[in-house]
Design a binder for this molecule. Structure first.
Ligand SMILES: C[S@@+](CC[C@H](N)C(=O)[O-])C[C@H]1O[C@@H](n2cnc3c(N)ncnc32)[C@H](O)[C@@H]1O
Length: 284
């Protein structure tokens, strides 16, 4: 192994990952090697003959092995890019997903950029949504809320790495129980998987994302029901409520929101044409 150069190491990892049925085997091999060598992934191809030392070889082999056993690549390299912003991730937080970037993009199209606005990111996890909103709009300030203390620590680290911590406060709370202020926007990617479906998820998700980030109760809607109810007393008149939901939940979620008195309840498809976002306005 000590005779591996970059080209040989990549070839070995690619073949190993492929043979274990790991999706995106090539890019995974590149990400892991770039991480071990502490270099940009694209630079691997500029130096194919550079040798790995023993410790790098061992670390790389271990990481590929861990990936084959189901650990998500993001946990192995310890970070992820969300809307171009680098976030630290570990077992304390859900790995932010691409669909959630779409939720943030939709939200940004709603928000005026010339008045000061405040928002609540309910169930912030890594802080992905709050950080992306604050990076995009200097007129915003926010509260990042989670029930998990450890998730909040990760979110705090990410806020500071991304230079927006002065506009974000952190709150440990069971949904909005400990919140006594009102917001122009409440946004959330809540847990919405049916409890019984969790065992059927890919092992990367089932065994590595925190269960409380996934489990939405028997019909998947427990968190959405509570949060929607609580949002009615924490939104300013004219405020927005935006949620990410499961692809088959839009009918129920629209009914919940309309029954609570939300207006202009609208469902948006994501790029895969699945109904994954719901927007509503609170007129008070
Ligand atoms: C699906 S994850 C979303 C994480 C992050 N916002 C994202 O989009 O990547 C849901 C988050 O809700 C949090 N959560 C679950 N139950 C909660 C509760 N009762 N009160 C507050 N947060 C809760 C979890 O800890 C988790 O961080």
């Amino acid at each position: 192994l000590s005779t591996w150069n970059i080209r040989a190491a990549l070839k070995w990892a690619h073949e190993t990952l492929l043979s274990e049925g790991i999706s995106e085997a090539r890019i995974t091999a590149e990400m892991l090697l770039a991480h071990v060598l502490d270099m940009d992934r694209f630079k691997l191809y500029l130096k194919p003959d550079d040798m790995l030392n023993d410790s790098q070889s061992n670390q790389f082999r271990h990481q590929v092995d861990q990936r084959c056993k189901g650990t998500p690549v993001q946990h192995l390299i310890g970070h992820v890019s969300f809307m171009g912003h680098e976030l630290r991730v570990d077992h304390t937080v859900l790995i932010p997903r691409f669909e959630t970037e779409e939720l943030v993009e939709q939200t940004l199209t709603r928000l005026p950029d010339d008045v000061a606005l405040n928002f609540l990111d309910a169930g912030t996890g890594s802080g992905a949504i709050a950080i992306a909103l604050l990076k995009a709009r200097p007129n915003l300030q926010g509260v990042a809320l989670d029930q998990s203390e450890t998730a909040l620590e990760t979110a705090q680290k990410n806020a500071s790495l991304n230079g927006i911590i002065d506009r974000l406060t952190f709150k440990c709370s069971d949904w909005l129980k400990e919140i006594d202020t009102s917001f122009d926007l409440i946004i959330s990617n809540p847990p919405y998987i049916r409890s019984a479906d969790i065992d059927t998820l890919a092992p990367e998700v089932r065994d590595h994302d925190p269960r409380q980030a996934l489990d939405g109760g028997p019909d998947g809607l427990d968190a959405i029901r509570i949060l929607s109810q609580q949002a009615t007393s924490h939104l300013r008149s004219g405020g927005w409520f935006l949620l990410e939901i499961g692809h088959d939940q839009s009918t129920e979620v629209v009914a919940i929101l309309e029954k609570l008195g939300f207006k202009a309840v609208t469902v948006y498809p994501d790029l895969a044409k699945l109904d994954r976002m719901v927007e509503a306005r609170w007129e008070g």
